[in-house]
Design a protein around this ligand. Sequence first.
Ligand code: BGP
Length: 475
Amino acid sequence: MPFPEGFLWGGATAANQCEGGYNEDGRGLANVDVMPHGADREAVGCGTRKMLDFEPGYYYPAQTGIDMYHRYKEDLALFGEMGFKTYRLSIAWTRIFPNGDEEEPNEKGLQFYEDLFRECRKNGMEPLVTITHFDLPIHLIKEYGGWRNRRLIDFYKKLVTVLFTRYKGLVKYWLTFNEINMILHMPFMGAGLVFEEGENQTQAKYVAAHNELVASAWATKIGHEIDPENKIGCMLAAGAFYPYSCNPKDVREAQLRAQENYFFVDVQSRGYYPTYALKMLEREGIDVGMTEEDEKILAENTVDFISFSYYNTRTAAAPDTDTDAASGNAFASAKNPYLTYTDWGWPVDPLGFRITINEIYDRYQKPLFVVENGLGAKDEPDENGYVEDDYRIDYLRKHIEQMKAAIEEDGVPMLGYTTWGPIDLVSAGTGEMSKRYGFIYVDRDDAGNGTLKRSKKKSFDWYKKVIATNGEDLA
Ligand code: BGP
């Protein structure tokens, strides 16, 4: 039997992509709330188009999400029916500290997540909690400049202290920052950075990254002190970089891109800056503001496990090589002619999943947790909301097979696997609803029309069987 006893099968969501209720029960405004659907979303997410409030003429999908704030009992019951052992969700920082720098937390926000965690347990699911999934109180951006300001470390410490204390015994698995490497690609979404004309963006990104890395290490320390049972992990947007060809120039480029990506986890897992990063920062003239205390905190508080999302591999070609471009999870890369592509142009590479798993385990030698994997596709529901989503089943089956091989044949220790978006939700990259990942269909379109009614797709029963057989029956 390849999957270990107690392997945590489940699904993953993020607060801002499903909760809605953006202004209820004292919740404050966050960066993720003001990312509109449509052409300007990317520029806002990248911090080059300043949008710190709702503006007329735009539609903001996070305001309502899929209304999980009000419907979570129904949704968790459906996850429970599929047999989920775990449910990964994130906390909206602004429900706990609406502005981010208050003295006292908002009780209604704390109560909401307490109720939700109890409901998880009632349905047989271990909560897996992302402390920050891209969200940041707008006030911390307006007042402090987002994560480029060291003071955010203290606000984050306060947030995590409140969370670890309040949910002691109720939550054991925690992730500090979702896809921490996303700072480099979507800096407003990943770190609340809005750039001024002519600003050195690389400098701002690495300073923000440093502050998040230090905050993450503090969270690990505080979490272990409050409850030694806590297991605290980091989270990487993963995907191996292939060289476009065996030309050493392409191979070197792939290596550089991989280092840029692994930098974050190198620090979180090993406890110090890797030499290649120190040299790069020196060359670029970047001072991240490392203090002696930072060094000590980083060194003494490395993560317990490594979690990551995997959607696709990337292909790197030497600069000035003439290649077609492919999209992917926030990273543009060269088009790999050996792969097929999704409706959104993302490569599909199940064997790359096994390659990525091995690469990460070789590098860190810590247990792995796959906390996102899935297919964003266009679904055609019938009049009852049923979708014959064989393409989704096929994608997941092929990926689970590769994960199985990584465990069984390569011996990689793995804690669990949560698919992205077990219920349709708002896409982080595009703000669309029509990019669907779920086993459960949600009646809502890209403009916010629809009843929000939930219905099971074909993949619902398939995944239920996969879990019931602990990954033995993938047919
Ligand atoms: C990851 C994020 C998720 C999620 C997923 C799918 O980057 O952690 O929040 O949305 O990708 O991406 P998208 O929603 O753009 O299809």
